[in-house]
Design a protein around this ligand. Structure first.
Ligand code: ADP
Ligand code: MG
Length: 323
């Protein structure tokens, strides 16, 4: 039933940003080293993500656009050991129900690549083409079939800015992948892979953020925290420069932010929202990332343990003499 599929799709695909995020996550899951993201008109008319990853086998291509089909989970227990970013098997299906999708893909052992047009979860046409290893997804005319949803999109500028934000966040969290971001025919971000963390931060967030960083490196109960806290006494009116990654996945977590902010209150009273980049590596079976379709929220099996480790790590970093 097409109507039901469209409504269900809307839960994952709210706006162009959701598409970009899902496509980049797929590219990362496919072991890509280079990812190019291109958008036009805030992603409303055009989104392209090109990677040099594993590619999709011909016989898997039909399935890739079917709901709840994923190559990333084989048993339900796998759901609790998730390391890969995607796992719900919904993104490509949902995207193909709300926009016009084109895919070009080639695996390393295939002789030729495949170019396919997809509509409403079905492959409409497929031909063999010459192309390099990897996958390109082109998504055009978002919500062409859902005019009311289209009405609710913000201006091109606002949608573009939201996409930029997520591209920067993902690029920041992935040191081993190079990213290129093209916004309305202009290259606005280009990162190189395998830099050290500080160079990487500098290349993405610029001089202001990177000039006064203190390194965090702390491990307890099998939870490893690393990253940087900025000591810049810059007043920030929001949390836009707080970057938290769990097992490589960018997340929002107000409790983690608060834990770090509390230490700053006494140090720099004006700086309500300190800037930081925090990587948390832990046993994936202790977190549940499946609570929300967009996967930006996370549940911890042991809340108190994780917050106590973060608290200690920040204390240890800010006041090393006390520990
Ligand atoms: P999920 O990522 O949750 O598995 P998706 O709908 O995002 O679901 O993708 C469906 C499947 O299509 C993936 O499991 C993967 O096998 C394949 N796929 C999607 N994008 C890519 C890509 N860029 N490179 C290789 N395979 C991909
Ligand atoms: Mg996915």
């Amino acid at each position: 039933n097409i109507t039901i599929q469209k409504i269900a799709a809307g839960e994952v695909i709210e706006r162009p940003l959701s598409i970009v995020k899902e496509l980049i996550e797929n590219s990362l899951d496919a072991n890509s080293e280079n990812i190019t993201i291109e958008i036009k008109n805030g992603g409303k008319s055009y989104i392209r993500v090109t990677d040099d990853g594993d590619g999709i086998e011909d016989e898997d291509l039909n399935l890739a656009f079917k709901r709840h089909s994923t190559s990333k989970l084989s048993t339900i227990e796998d759901l609790y050991r998730i390391r890969s970013l995607g796992f719900r098997g919904e993104a490509l299906a949902s995207i193909s129900h709300v926009s016009k999708v084109e895919v070009m893909t080639k695996t390393s052992n295939a002789i030729g690549g495949i170019h396919a047009i997809v509509e409403e979860g079905e492959i409409k046409s497929k031909e063999v083409i010459g192309c390099p290893k990897g996958t390109t997804l082109i998504v055009k005319d978002l919500f062409y079939n859902l005019p009311v949803r289209k009405e609710f999109l913000k201006s091109d500028l606002v949608e573009s800015n939201q996409i930029s934000d997520i591209v920067y966040k993902v690029a920041l969290g992935n040191l081993n992948t190079s990213f290129k971001f093209i916004r309305d025919d202009k290259v606005v971000l280009k990162t190189s892979k395998n830099n050290d963390m500080k160079t990487h931060i500098y290349s993405i967030l610029g001089k202001e953020f990177s000039s006064n960083l203190t390194q965090i490196n702390f491990e307890e109960y099998g939870i490893h925290l690393h990253g940087y806290i900025s000591n810049n006494n810059l007043y920030r009116s929001n949390r836009n420069h707080q970057y938290i990654y769990i097992n490589g996945r960018y997340i929002n977590n107000i409790n983690i932010s608060n834990t770090i902010e509390n230490h700053y209150k006494s140090l720099i009273p004006l700086n309500r929202f300190p800037c930081f980049i925090l990587f948390i590596e832990l046993d994936p079976s202790t977190i549940d990332v499946n609570i929300h379709p967009t996967k930006q929220e996370i549940k911890f099996a042991n809340q108190s343990e994780i917050f106590s480790v973060i608290d200690k790590a920040v204390k240890d970093t800010l006041y090393p003499s006390l520990s």
